[in-house]
Write a protein that binds this ligand. Structure first.
Ligand SMILES: N[C@@H](CCC(=O)N[C@@H](CS)C(=O)NCC(=O)O)C(=O)O
Length: 209
């Protein structure tokens, strides 16, 4: 059974919880409070020298970091992970886009504005850039979703899971999704997938560590 090191309110961690739920894969969950420095302890750094969640223990003492790499690993051989070469490359394209254009703007705004006390004041100098670049990413997504129900392969895949995680909480980072009609319809399509779980959902097995 996998062990997932995750923080409940982390979008990157939620990607993995959502994929594991859709895949009906059992796992042991370890909550890591990054706001209390729990991802920077010597014990955690021994598992992931980069000091971040999510982190998946895939075999005893064998750890996989980076949410989108974890998605590929857990979804291998399933409908969630396209195998056709061009579809696989398109999924990667959107997952790199997520890490380069969406997460650093919408994800970061969500983190500082909704999770960190006083974060708005601390990050005031960054707000305009996040807003401009985050809206640019939303426009790109909206244009694609105007012509497609899902990002890749005409079906729900890990590319949708990767992009959904921070888009669905964009409003908590001050983004207004009302102009992005196709994005809002896609969010609803993701939420109607079988075995979809919300960000605050937890599996049965939660370990104290
Ligand atoms: N590119 C990484 C980003 C991971 C990341 O930034 N995780 C944050 C939580 S969302 C974290 O653990 N931060 C703790 C820290 O930097 O100390 C991924 O996709 O997994």
């Amino acid at each position: 059974m996998y062990t997932l090191y995750s923080m409940q309110s982390s979008g990157n961690s939620y990607k993995v919880r959502l994929a594991l739920a859709v895949l009906k894969a059992p796992y042991r969950l370890v909550e890591v409070d990054i706001l209390q420095g729990e991802s920077r302890t010597p014990e955690f750094l021994a598992k992931n020298p980069n000091g971040r969640v999510p982190l998946l223990e895939v075999a005893p003492d064998r750890y996989l970091a980076e949410s989108n790499a974890i998605l590929w690993y857990v979804a291998r051989g399933t409908e969630l992970a396209p195998e056709d070469p061009i579809e696989r490359a398109e999924a990667l394209q959107w997952m790199f886009f997520e890490q380069n254009s969406l997460e650093p703007n919408i994800g970061t705004a969500y983190f500082w504005l909704s999770l960190v006390k006083g974060g708005r004041d601390l990050q005031e100098h960054s707000l305009d850039d996040w807003m401009e670049n985050g809206n640019r990413a939303l426009r790109v997504m909206n244009a694609h979703l105007t012509k497609h129900d899902f990002f890749v392969a005409g079906r729900f895949t890990i590319a949708d899971i990767a992009l959904y995680a921070y888009t669905h909480v964009a409003h908590l980072g001050d983004f207004d999704l009302s102009p992005y009609t196709a994005v809002r319809h896609w969010l609803a399509r993701v939420e109607s997938q079988p075995d979809y779980v919300a960000m605050d959902w937890q599996p049965q097995t939660i370990a104290a560590e």
